[in-house]
Every structure is written in structure tokens, then in C-alpha cells.
Write a protein that binds this ligand. Structure first.
Ligand code: SIN
Length: 364
């Protein structure tokens, strides 16, 4: 069923059209490319598709209510940069994104990118777990064609909603030759980030997505993407992961480090069947004294233990705060705990060998 675009999307689009009409003759920056790329927008929900009670409702709104066709119709400028089509893959708030959703989404992305008539994919997504979905896709998409994730921090009905311009930038990026072979990208707030390194850093502001220390890849300005750097880690077509025949992923859970930490949660997760544990330790992935015997016992039962850090930046040093060689643990390198969970799940689909898993953590 066709959704009627919310008033804010319509007025934003009309305003943008008027502005474009005024600016277009001025320069080449707005000129449409001679051959438009074919970009498919896969919609999954989130605030970009959310609606609030009024134009000033920026909290307490409802996520995932506007359908993909309405999102597209609300930004007619998309037609200047790509031939756009849309599919509603799911309609959820991203806090409820799960492994099954990821497998569904990744299989659809791979099927579309295998077609000659699809040049790039944009995925509209809630911002809460956007970085996780981006990294999952970065590891399992089997194509060098652009895949760009985009969200919004303000619902579609809000004053200065960021969804329309973010969506425009994401389509522009997915249609651009510069984005080919760059791995899965995140386009938010006029910036381009690599899936592996970007994080949501603020609960509510539109500039929430940052690649704090390693640095974002570039900007989108004046209708062009500008790249300045690239991740050195392998991604997409260069990974060993193949989800085409998977309908589930191994259970991997996270335990979070804090003062007075006890192994209660860890033991419960192991008893519940976890095949891997990400220990998001304090500092350089340090282990509180009560955790060492519990983690050791879990490892002896075959659970793969990855030492990550709750700090959010920096390398977790192998054999630094723990003797990983002796304990047979893996370190997360620079991955945050939620992304380490994704890599460990995928690693466990290939091997149970901790040395091989460690190699993967230094590769992807
Ligand atoms: C969500 O992640 O679905 C809600 C929050 C957002 O999209 O900003």
C-alpha cells in the first residue's frame, strides 16, 4: 500500500526544489551526470522513517512508520543523480535488529548487486545499530559496488529533518564511481565513514556519527563525494565469509567491564549456550581478578574468548593486560565490542581455531 508522505517531507522537498531551480544554472556542480547509475534503496525503518506528533517533536516520536516509496517521493532531487528504485525489506526500530534480519538483508544485497542493472545500494536504517549492520555487510557483501548506509537523527516530521539531505547524499554516493571498492560506507551529516571504524557517539545530535581517531573517509559537498583516506582492512569481496547458505549465526555475547565486576553474567551466558564471549574490559581490555578463572573455565569448555575494551579507541594489545597465549584468548585489535561480536560470529562459521580467529581480527 502506498504511504502518503508526511507534511514535513513534502515541504522540505518543495523548498529544496525551489532552491535548486534558483541555483541550477549557476554552475557545473549541480549538473546531472550523462549516464545515471541504477541505485536500489532498501528500507529497514528507523528514525529516518519516523514520525512525531508535531514539527518540534524530536524525542518520543515513533520510528519506522514511513514506507520506502514515500521516502523516495519526498526527495525528487534523487532523480537527478540516479535511477532510483525502492524495496521495503523490513520496518523496524534498529534496536530490534537481529542476526536473522542481517542475514535477510545481506542476502538481498548480494542478490541485487549480482544483477547487471544494479550499480549501487542504499540502506535506510535506524541509527542505534547502524554501525553494526554496516560492519556485518562489510564482511559478507560479495561485490565491490557501493553499499551505503544512511539514517537520520530527527524524524521525518521534524523541523530541519536530516533524513532528506542524508538520503540524497547517500544515493549520490552510491551512484558515484569514487565509492566503488571502498567497502560498505556510512553517509551521515555530509560525511563519509568506513563501516569498520564509525560509531554513534551522541544519543541525540545530528553529528553523532564519528570515526574519532582513525578518521572519516571524506565529505559530500556540492553534489560530489570527496575521499581523503581508505581503510587498510579487507572487506566485502576480499573476505572469506559466505552467508549464502546460512540461516543462523553462532551465539556470541558481550560482557561489560566495570569496577566490582563479577562473573555472574558471563556464567549465565555460557550456560545459555554462548559459543563466543566478547569481554569489553576496562582500559586495555583488562580482566578483573574474579573474571580470570571464569573466563579460563569457559575457554576450557570450548567458548572462544575475545578481549575487547570498553574505552572505545585504541588497540587491545595481545599479551598486554593478560597472557593471551597462555589463556588461549583472542584480542579485538581496534574493534569495539559490538563489532567484535559480529566478526567473532562470522569467524565461528569458518573455524574454532583461536589462532586463525586472531588472524582474522588482524585482517578485517
Ligand atoms: C533506531 O535506531 O531505529 C531509532 C533511532 C534512530 O534511528 O535514530
Amino acid at each position: 500500500m502506498q504511504h502518503i508522505p508526511p507534511a514535513r517531507w513534502i515541504s522540505a522537498a518543495v523548498t529544496a526544489l525551489l532552491l535548486a531551480a534558483v541555483r541550477l544554472p549557476a554552475g557545473a556542480a549541480d549538473a546531472a551526470p550523462a549516464h545515471l547509475a541504477n541505485v536500489t534503496i532498501l528500507a529497514t525503518g528507523g528514525t529516518i522513517a519516523g514520525t512525531g506528533a508535531s514539527s518540534t517533536t524530536t524525542i518520543g516520536y515513533t520510528s519506522a512508520t514511513v514506507g520506502v516509496q514515500s521516502l523516495i517521493q519526498a526527495v525528487p532531487e534523487l532523480a537527478k543523480v540516479a535511477h532510483v528504485s525502492g524495496e521495503q525489506v523490513m520496518q523496524i526500530a534498529s534496536e530490534s535488529m537481529d542476526n536473522a534480519h542481517w542475514l535477510t538483508l545481506a542476502k538481498r544485497v548480494n542478490a541485487l548487486l549480482a544483477q547487471d542493472n544494479v550499480d549501487g545500494i542504499v540502506i535506510t536504517h535506524g541509527t542505534d545499530t547502524l554501525e553494526e549492520t554496516a560492519y556485518f555487510l562489510d564482511l559478507v557483501v560479495k561485490s565491490r559496488k557501493p553499499v551505503v548506509l544512511v539514517g537520520a537523527m530527527r524524524p521525518s516530521t521534524a523541523l530541519s529533518a536530516d533524513g532528506p539531505i542524508n538520503l540524497y547524499n547517500a544515493v549520490l554516493l552510491a551512484a558515484s564511481p569514487e565509492a566503488v571498492g571502498k567497502g560498505v560506507l556510512v553517509a551521515m551529516n555530509d560525511q563519509i565513514h568506513a563501516a569498520r571504524e564509525v560509531s554513534k557517539t551522541n544519543t541525540s545530535t545530528p553529528d553523532t556519527f564519528k570515526t574519532t581517531e582513525l578518521g572519516m573517509l571524506g565529505y559530500i559537498q556540492g553534489n560530489h563525494p570527496f575521499f581523503y583516506r581508505q581503510s587498510t582492512r579487507k572487506n566485502t569481496a576480499d573476505t572469506v565469509f559466505d552467508i549464502s547458505r546460512l540461516d543462523a549465526l553462532p551465539q556470541v555475547d558481550i560482557v561489560y567491564g566495570y569496577a566490582n565486576m563479577q562473573p555472574t553474567a558471563l556464567n549465565a551466558l555460557v550456560a545459555a549456550g554462548a559459543k563466543g564471549i566478547i569481554h569489553a574490559g576496562v582500559g586495555d581490555g583488562s580482566l578483573a581478578a574474579p573474571m580470570v578463572p571464569a573466563l579460563t573455565a569457559a575457554r576450557q569448555q570450548g567458548v572462544v574468548i575475545v578481549r575487547a575494551s570498553r574505552v572505545g579507541q585504541g588497540i587491545v594489545a595481545r599479551n598486554g593486560e593478560a597472557n593471551d597465549d597462555a589463556l588461549d584468548f583472542v584480542v579485538a585489535d581496534t574493534l569495539n565490542a559490538q563489532k567484535a561480536r559480529i566478526l567473532l560470529m562470522l569467524a565461528l562459521t569458518k573455524t574454532a581455531d583461536s589462532k586463525e580467529i586472531q588472524r582474522m581480527f588482524y585482517t578485517y
